[in-house]
Write a protein that binds this ligand. Sequence first.
Ligand SMILES: [Zn+2]
Length: 315
Amino acid sequence: MLDNTKKIKKNQEFLKKPTEKKLKMQDFFEKIKNKVSEKLAVKIFECGDIIGFLKSKGEKIRLHGGRFCNNRFCPMCSWRKARKDGYLLLLLFSIVQKVMKKELIFLTLTAPNVEGEELKNEINDFNNSFKRLSNTKDFKSICKGYIRKLEVTYNDQEDTYHPHFHVVIAVNKNYFTKNYINQKKWLDMWRVAKRDKTITQVDVRKAKFNDLKGVYEIATYSAKASDYLYSENVFDVFYGALKNKKIITFNGIFKEILIDLKTTEKYNDLLETDNEIYDKQLWFTWSEKNYKLFRTDEIAETELQKVFVDEIEID
Ligand SMILES: [Zn+2]
């Protein structure tokens, strides 16, 4: 009896996150169904209906597969993608810091909030302004490459939108002693580039990015479900402004490493593998408000494979 209760508790624990996401799906589906093709609508409706986990002898569990829609705004799929992207970012940051011996700075560029109807233009303006900033002599002299991510939050008190950029910049080690740009100067540079003297918020700090939690801010989708699912109208604004938009940009050494990762074996030593041996597959199906186990497959000894870290680990 006790054993069984323990088992159920454990199941509930690793199912917590997907369940939390799946519960948001109904709301998401209602808001998106008229904006997409019927085929995609069905896929979204059924997203996460079936999910599979791998389980090791040591009771380690990770998400393995399932039926997913892969829509950017999907609460379930954007969570999975953020975890995957997180691992890639961790790898990039570790190469830049450990192999290339660079330091990282984390810059957040903001501007005053805008109304919904201005959001699309404001995002374009952010892109153009960043181009101006990155073309300045000061920026070019310190930047060895950057990763830039667009994020938009919603302020329900004022019904306004807050687009901003998170930028991780790789710099030489002597940046902090020789070519240092202080916060005040970053603010000035951003004000000039954005052509807006009223900007008051620019945050800059030295960063390490050596765990998944640390990179999560850059890995997650541009907008939070709790923001864009606020109302039908708010969803329309987010959807209209972010659909087909490039969310994350890789430049300089980050771009070079990405290409090397795809085309060479240069960094193979750094690719981490999960050495845990998974010998079971657990399949769950969604019914009303819960996932129910419907199949457990034993994985044959001969089929056991090492799982790469870009599979999703359940936390
Ligand atoms: Zn989905």
